[in-house]
Design a protein around this ligand. Structure first.
Ligand code: HPA
Length: 260
């Protein structure tokens, strides 16, 4: 596959989201180890390969396996793949993740279109990035998740899907939040909390790549339905939800180069 043929959209699969690829036809597959700068994800449920999916006359590059700070990476290292997508001319990044629910109205299995994020509690992925190539490292936080892309992703969800819109708080993990931390994040205005997405979204904003982000609420961290989360349960809930999203991959493929 030549560079001129690189798909214009990249889908990043978080924990459990690999279920979206079940039964989907792949045209290419490259192991992370074969790509300089990529490192293998050490997290169960993250395969560690770039895949090209072809459907409805369009193509989609899928990052099956994500890099997280809790694996010992800096935010810059965890978002390295996004730099590669920028160099390939990718125009749109769709970030899928699992998140713990803070909003009491959210139920496990709900989807949340990320409208904004809170990233005050961990280092920024642009720390140390030089001012060069006409790009300023002082990127605006506003507009990280453009409304037209929020609408676009919403339009790809099957009718009847429980979908919310909310604010995602980023933490590094890997430990899940204490009760006090969950209350604090809710007080700060977060609807859900997760350990990914934000370093990639900030990097994409810097590189001029459009971002749409969708989190699956895998567990509730606050009453009325608080249960201590486990990674296995998170993966189970996300896989079950992802399997219900018929047509999502096809829709992303056919969205092609045009904004959704
Ligand atoms: N907290 C942080 N990240 C998560 C959670 C959680 O409860 N669930 C899935 N990812």
């Amino acid at each position: 596959m030549g560079l001129e043929e690189a798909p214009s959209t990249v889908l990043v699969l978080g924990s459990g989201w690999d279920a979206l690829l079940e039964g989907v036809e792949l045209t290419h597959r490259v192991e992370f180890e074969a790509i300089p700068g990529f490192v293998r994800s050490t997290v169960p449920g993250h395969e560690g390969a770039l895949k090209v999916v072809k459907a409805r006359g369009g193509r989609l590059l899928v990052q099956d396996g994500r890099l997280h700070c809790y694996e010992g990476l800096t935010p810059l290292e965890a978002s390295f793949p996004v730099w590669v997508y920028g160099a390939l001319g990718v125009e749109m990044l769709v970030l899928l993740s699992a998140a713990g629910g803070l909003n009491p109205a959210y139920l496990p299995g709900d989807l949340m279109i990320i409208t904004d994020h809170i990233s005050l509690l961990a280092p920024n992925p642009l720390m140390g990035v030089p001012e060069e190539g006409g790009r300023s490292r002082f990127v605006p936080g506003q507009g990280t998740y453009p409304i037209f892309l929020q609408e676009g992703i919403n339009g790809l969800l099957p009718e009847g899907t429980r979908v919310e819109r909310g604010v995602y708080a980023w933490v590094t993990g890997p430990s899940y939040e204490t009760v006090a931390e969950a209350h604090l994040l809710r007080m700060l205005g977060a609807d859900a909390v997760g350990m990914s997405t934000v370093p990639e979204a900030i990097t994409a904003r810097y590189l001029g790549i459009g971002v749409a982000a969708l989190a699956c609420i895998s567990n509730s961290l606050l009453p009325p339905s608080r249960i201590p989360p486990s990674h296995d349960d998170v993966i189970d809930v996300v896989r079950r939800t992802a399997r219900g999203l018929e047509g999502f991959i096809d829709g992303l493929c056919s969205a092609g180069t045009a904004p959704m």
